[in-house]
Design a protein around this ligand. Structure first.
Ligand code: 1HN
Length: 346
């Protein structure tokens, strides 16, 4: 590949004349913005241990009252992007949020999309667009762009969940902002039961159907888990025992920018994933997993989280000879597909 001219090949006076007119020569930077073959990536493969971060999160509960935090979160930040950027990958933000008994995280709405994966504790709920969503371990609750949401806790023990947002992308596009609001009137609960039987949805024929752009906001872990067990049993030679969290009325990804799925690794299973353009996040709901990517191997225990960059193969392994492992996955596939840059490499 032809080596291109550098900035300091140019006379100083010429460079100063360019700068005075807000002009920049392309050729010294061309190879770095368009590297040959594979993109440059800041995203590193990183693991966050729940056992190691939990005491610090509990300590945050002692140090900072909810009124002074609004959302009491420790951000899982990828050092490859710089910790202060609060990015797990180019498009993914991850945070562990703590809500203590009796606490209230007030209503707001914002342009970034969020989901919550409940990690521990009982008795908390989040109200999204008037729907009161109880939180139990492994449940996935959506907070899509523009919907009001607030969190409360009627239980006795700390509740922790993993927040996954597309904040880095929305912020980068200069479209990230929030609006504060009043406590919502609850208009429904457990509306996901409308979609609990596959192939049967509320009929739009005699009614106006669901007026909601996001008809399903809560994906109970009990349902996703039994779907995985059913899939493994009904189709024993299926390559990956994986279910996608989708909009049950359209069958499309449940949110616009990030994609979410749950994966079961059978006892002892090794699952090689081809190199694909999106970065991924793996969070263990039950059991244990080894994640190999980018010359690193992470051993994940329940509630541990790791991320992997795009364009590298990833190998997942369940080290247990007797128990299945259940993993929540978030990735940037919907974004890459919409942008037309999605790739799978053989
Ligand atoms: C947010 O609204 C929540 O509502 C959590 O719980 C984390 C991180 C960045 C921006 C908004 C929440 C967030 C957030």
């Amino acid at each position: 590949m032809q080596e291109l001219g550098r900035l300091d090949d140019l006379p100083l006076a010429y460079r100063e004349s360019l700068e005075a007119q807000n002009l920049v020569p392309l050729w010294p930077s061309l190879r770095s913005v368009l590297p040959p073959g594979t993109p440059a990536r800041r995203t590193q493969a990183v693991k966050w241990s729940y056992a190691a971060l939990r005491p610090l999160l509990i300590q945050a509960g002692e140090l900072t009252p909810i009124e002074k935090a609004e959302r009491r979160v420790l951000v899982l930040s990828n050092p490859g992007h710089g910790l202060e950027k609060m990015q797990a990958s180019a498009a993914i933000y991850l945070g562990m949020q703590l809500l203590l008994p009796g606490e209230w995280a007030p209503a707001h709405k914002h342009t970034p999309n969020a989901v919550r994966m409940i990690v521990e504790g009982e008795g908390a709920y989040t109200t999204v667009d008037g729907e009161k969503c109880p939180m139990h371990r492994g449940d996935l609750i959506l907070t899509p762009t523009g919907l009001w949401h607030e969190h409360g806790h009627d239980g006795e023990d700390p509740v922790v969940w993993l927040d996954v947002l597309d904040l880095p992308l929305v912020y980068y596009t200069e479209t990230s902002y929030a609006t504060e609001g009043q406590e919502q009137a609850v208009t429904g609960t457990r509306l996901e039961r409308n979609y609990a039987r596959g192939g049967v949805v509320p009929s739009p024929v005699f009614t106006r159907g669901s007026a909601r752009t996001y008809p399903m906001l809560r994906y109970p872990w009990a349902d996703a888990r039994s779907a995985l067990l059913n899939l493994a049993e009904a189709q024993p030679d299926v390559e990956a025992v994986q279910v996608a969290y989708v909009n049950p009325e359209s069958g499309n990804d449940c949110q616009n920018i990030l994609g979410f799925s749950a994966l079961m690794l059978r006892p002892g299973e090794t699952l090689p994933l081809p190199a694909r353009s999106p970065a991924m996040v793996f969070h263990v709901i039950e059991g244990g997993a080894e994640v190999c990517a980018d010359d690193k191997t992470f051993s994940l225990a329940p509630a541990d989280t790791c991320c992997t960059p795009g364009y590298v193969p990833v190998t997942l392994k369940n080290p247990s000879p007797s128990e299945p492992a259940f993993i929540f996955i978030a990735d940037e596939s919907p974004l890459h597909k919409k942008l037309g840059v999605y790739e799978v490499r053989a």
